[in-house]
Design a protein around this ligand. Structure first.
Ligand code: LLP
Length: 433
């Protein structure tokens, strides 16, 4: 086992994912390529569903936050596993629709939904809009009234929590582009406005404090702040919140220095706070929605590359360059995110080097990691970066006109393509002049 139990080394000394030899995968599908272990994603969905039902009650629903990894097949898996989904754009909604995902189980997010987004989502019959602000509330109401429908909504609330993670992925503090802060009084204002707005049916509240969070405390603080706010709403408006969406954000183990989180017991602990507060404050327990993204898909994935140049600059460092980089994984460039790398064809050898793994783009910041422990690399080796299932493919670009890699799914020892490799034709397809 390397970091997670579905990564191992076989008798040839090759890295395996879900029991499949990654060197064979690189030979069959080429590099760079994203590989996903489908059983890991399904198992993670089941963990969330079981824990949500056991600790929050049978009506609790975990949503898959599909921004983490979005392609048609993932919505099919989410549907089969009984999950809802969180979509944040017309493109995600379109993909979910193409997959046949049940629209009533979609929660439509985003801090700046366009009028077209709102129309498209209503055309699809999206179950719930998570309303970020007053303008959006008015726009949804206007469109719903025009159609003669009543749109189910939640309101996005900012609990005012600093979860101590990378600042680019913090969302629940007061100074945020997302939601309505409780401390400034804006949260109560929008609740009152929504209760008086025609064409919408306010069912509850949503909060999401950030991503890649390992401590339980920020989650339990957010949950208790939200439940207190629910009690305030009942007192001030006589309105009982029916649904509370607590967002996502659980951390994932990327390197051996990260802890492994037991998601089920974290859900149990948060549930005991919510149920305790509801009892103390004499409010009925709302239906609870959870919204994990990363923790469902990150560990399921790896990216395979082929090593090209290995450049040692004496007194400085060794650059190992691969045939991908920031276009397929921008997370080191953006957040200095740490990963584990393995030379897949030398996975049984000692990691006796410290190297910088560089991509192939014309820019020095195009790195996948620095000071990374690695086996001795040479041209032609297959390099695997582990735990790339979340926020890699979904954040990929065509920088330097590099085609996006394919997604290959392995399941029960077999591999199949879920998303084809982009071609040069694909990346010039929309060029008109
Ligand atoms: N719900 C909402 C409203 C969100 O904004 C997010 C993530 C989630 C749920 C899922 O959070 P998760 O369980 O995945 O932490 N690109 C960054 C992560 C951005 C997270 C955006 N929102 C990264 O690569 O680390």
């Amino acid at each position: 086992m390397i970091i997670h139990s579905h990564f191992d080394v076989n008798e040839k000394g090759h890295l395996t994912i879900g029991g499949v030899d990654t060197v064979d995968l690189a030979n069959e599908f080429g590099t760079p390529a994203y590989i996903l272990d489908e059983n890991v994603i399904r198992e993670n969905c089941r963990t969330y569903r079981r824990a949500a039902a056991e600790y929050f009650g049978e009506d609790a629903l975990p949503l898959y936050a599909s921004k983490a990894l979005c392609f048609t097949g993932i919505y099919k898996i989410a549907a089969q596993e009984g999950m809802g989904v969180d979509c944040v754009s017309g493109g995600e909604l379109y993909t979910a629709k193409k997959a046949g995902f049940p629209a009533e189980k979609i929660y439509f997010h985003g801090n700046n939904k366009t009028d077209k987004d709102i129309r498209d989502a209503m055309d699809m019959g999206v179950g719930t809009f998570v309303v970020d602000n007053h303008e959006e509330l008015c726009a949804i109401s206007k469109e719903a009234k025009k159609r003669g429908i009543t749109q189910r909504i939640l309101l996005r609330i900012t609990p005012g929590i600093d979860p101590h993670t990378h600042r680019a992925v913090v969302t629940g503090n007061v100074d945020s582009k997302f939601g309505n802060p409780i401390v400034t009084g804006q949260a109560m204002e929008i609740v009152k406005a929504a209760l008086q707005t025609e064409g919408v049916h306010l069912v509850g509240l949503h909060c999401h404090i950030g991503s890649q969070i390992f401590d339980l405390e920020p989650f339990s603080d957010a949950a208790s702040i939200m439940v207190r706010f629910i009690a305030d709403i009942k007192r001030e408006c006589g309105f009982e919140v029916e649904e509370l969406n607590l967002g996502g954000g659980f951390g994932v183990r990327y390197t051996e220095y990260d802890r492994e989180i037991d998601y089920a017991s974290s859900i149990r602990d948060i549930a005991s706070i919510v149920t305790g507060f509801c009892k103390e404050n004499d409010i009925s327990m709302p239906r609870v929605i959870l919204e994990p993204g990363r923790s469902l898909v990150a560990a399921a994935g790896i990216t395979l590359y082929t090593v090209g140049s290995v450049k040692e600059i004496p007194g400085f460092r060794t650059y190992v360059s691969v045939d991908g980089g920031m276009p397929d994984n921008p997370r080191y460039a953006l957040y200095q995110s740490q990963y584990t790398a393995v030379i897949a064809n030398k996975a049984n050898q000692a990691k006796d080097q410290r190297v910088t793994i560089a991509g192939r783009c014309c820019e020095s910041g195009d790195l996948l990691g620095e000071n990374m422990e690695l086996q001795s690399a040479e041209r032609g080796d297959i390099l695997a970066v582990l735990v790339t299932g979340a926020y890699n493919y979904s954040m990929a670009s065509n920088y330097n006109r590099l085609p996006r890699p394919p997604i290959v799914m392995v399941k029960d020892g077999k591999a199949r393509i879920a998303v084809k490799r982009e071609t040069y034709e694909d990346i010039t397809a929309n060029d008109v002049l």
